[in-house]
Structure formats: C-alpha cells, structure tokens
Design a binder for this molecule. Structure first.
Ligand code: RAM
Length: 351
C-alpha cells in the first residue's frame, strides 16, 4: 500500500507548536503539585537526553532532511543532539571513530545509519555496554549491535516499487543496470537482493546486466553513469536506489543523448529530482519522508533512555505528531511504505 501524501508532509513545525502547548500545559500543572510529590520528582535521576546523530556521510541532502526531523523532535523532548559523520558514504572506519567518541562523551543515545552492517558492530557493542542506547535508522547493523532499528519501509516494498517503476518505464523488456551507494551498504544490498528475486520471478524479459557503486559520492556516481552507458549500448534503464546516485545520474542523463531514451528511476528526494522530472529526464521515482524517519528515531531513542521501552517486540511509544508505534520482530520499528513522485505531484513536496 502506498502512503498518502499527508503522511509525507512537512509537519515538524506543527509538531513543535503542538508540543510547546503541551509543555506549557505541563508546567502550569507542575506548579500545583504537592511539595512531597515535587521532592520525589526532583530526587529521580534526570534522563540523559544527549544524543549523537551519525549518518552514513555528511553533506547528503537525504540525511540533512532527517536531521531536521531529529532537531524538531529534540526541541519537543528537551534533548540535545549533535551531528557528526564521515565525509564519504563508504567509510565505516570513520563511523567507528565517531561512535567511540560518543561513548567517551557518555551520550544517552546514538542514532546511526550504518555504512557496513558488521564493521561498526564492536564499537556499538562497547557503546551499549557503557550504557549508551543504540538506535540504527535507514541502514541497519547486525541485530545484536543495536537496541532498535528504525526501518523506513519494508525492504520488499522498497524493492518492489523500484522494479514496478522500471518495468513500467521500459515496457517490461530490455537491459537494465543498478547504480547503488557503497558496496557494503546494508540497506541498498538488501533492496538489490530483493529486486533481483522479483526480476527473476516476475519479469523474464528484463535483464540486469550490471551493478555499479557510486559510494554516495556525487562525482563518482556521475562518472559511473557515464561508464554504464558506454559499456552497455543497449541499456534501456537504470535503477538507482540511493538519493545521491539518482540525482547524479539524472544530471548526467539530462545533458546526454540518452535523455528520454534510457529510463532512470529509484529512490530520490523531490527537491533534488524536481528539475529532472520537469525536463523529461525522469518519469517517476520513489522515497519516504526522511524527516519523519529522523523524528521517529529521536522519539524511539528518548523512550529507550527513559526506560519507557526496552526494544522488546510489542513495546509501544508515541512519536509526537507521527502517532503511536509498536516495536516489531527483531527490535525494529516501521515508519511506513514508499511513495511515488512524478510530474503530477512533485510540486506538493518540499524535502
Ligand atoms: C542515500 C543513502 C541512504 C538511502 C537513501 C535512499 O541518501 O544511501 O542510506 O536510504 O539514499
């Protein structure tokens, strides 16, 4: 099921406003609390609501949007969140050093999109042993290296929407290639495996001829697009399941002879893709709201820190304006399902 656009809208400001009202209500209620009750409250240890936000890489519009959601939620929760991260999206060692620093700083929680599902595990386990709550979002680690994973949408739903779009755009027949993020990215790799299975089972006339990696670097992704077109002269379509890759590929295609001849779809942000939808380079692509993902991760981390949830299946918590969420199997929380953007709706979105 596709997500309605109201779920994708920019509701962070409304959430902040509504929660400020709630907070105002709370503080006036607090003045009428009995002295004994306030003494008990003041002796309870304050929750450590400091957090480190560690995306795959800095300078990625997708994670910048997630961070807006993080900050909006932090404002409501009274949390302090600091963003750090490597320059490149294929640098797990860089992530490890930021994780170790956060552990030394004794933050309450780490919010991490993993560059590698196992390479950052030891440092995350050390963080958890030191009392830091670990929430992965967007790109997961092995399940025992974190307290919770905030999943943007089901992996099979993300895979299917991309295969459906390319099949539709190339008449369900011909050569396609995948331009991914880094070769070790947990999220892209899971989606690629499921896309391959879907292609094999349901699209016998589509042939996946190549999978290349732009490492979520704009120039590398641009160059890999050019190389794909040269090595596969019969290419009919490219799927890029990364916002960095699809934007770079669209920029390349829009100025090339292949514009309008080689289809491009995948996962992109409306703001980065708008001009390529309008100039006819791209027909349709998909995503979820990265801001909501950041908001949800922050509320989940706060609930873990405060001991309101432990990450056990069935645990429930509220994520402000996004509503109530329930922890599912394997300590995961699901945001929703991907949404498709095209020329008819893209102007309704601003992220
Ligand atoms: C890029 C990153 C991120 C992924 C999106 C779709 O920004 O690789 O992990 O979820 O694309």
């Amino acid at each position: 099921m596709m997500l309605g656009k109201s779920r994708l809208g920019l509701r962070a400001l409304a959430a902040v406003a509504a929660s400020s009202l709630l907070l105002a209500g709370c503080s006036s209620a607090a003045t009428s609390t009995s002295p004994a009750a306030s003494e008990a409250a003041s002796s309870a240890p304050a929750a450590n609501l400091t957090m480190t936000f560690l995306p795959k890489n800095l300078g990625n519009a997708y994670f910048d949007t997630s961070y807006k959601g993080v900050q909006a939620a932090a404002g409501v929760l009274g949390a302090t969140v600091n963003q750090v991260g490597p320059a490149k999206g294929d640098d797990p060692a860089g992530q490890v050093s930021y994780i170790n620093t956060a552990t030394q700083q004794q933050v309450g929680a780490l919010l991490v999109s993993a560059n590698d599902k196992s390479a950052i595990c030891d440092s995350l386990k050390e963080a958890m042993t030191a009392g830091v709550k670990v929430v992965t979002f967007d790109s997961d680690t092995e399940a025992d290296c974190r307290d919770l994973f905030i999943n943007q949408a089901t992996a099979d739903g993300i895979a299917k929407v991309q295969v459906d779009m390319i099949a539709d755009q190339i008449g369900d027949s011909g050569e396609i290639a995948i331009l991914s993020a880094s070769a070790n990215a947990t999220n892209q790799n899971a989606w690629i495996e499921m896309m391959k299975a879907d292609l094999a089972a349901n699209h016998p006339n589509i042939k996946l001829v190549d999978t290349v990696y732009g490492n979520d670097d704009d120039q590398t992704s641009f160059d890999k697009t050019s190389a794909l077109l040269q090595s596969h002269p019969n290419l009919k379509g490219i799927i890029s399941p990364t916002t960095v890759g699809i934007a770079a590929a669209a920029r390349y295609l829009s100025k090339s002879d292949s514009k309008g001849k080689v289809a491009l779809t995948g996962l992109g942000t409306p703001n980065q893709m708008r001009e390529y939808v309008k100039d006819g380079t791209v027909t349709e692509f998909a995503l979820w709201n990265p801001q909501d993902l950041g908001t949800l991760a922050t509320y989940a981390a706060a609930a873990l820190i405060k001991g309101e949830i432990t990450g056990a299946e069935g645990d429930k918590f509220t994520a402000g304006d996004l509503g109530e969420f329930t922890v599912g199997a394997d300590k995961t929380v699901l945001l929703g399902q991907p949404y498709k953007f095209n020329k008819d709706n893209i102007d309704q979105f601003d992220f």
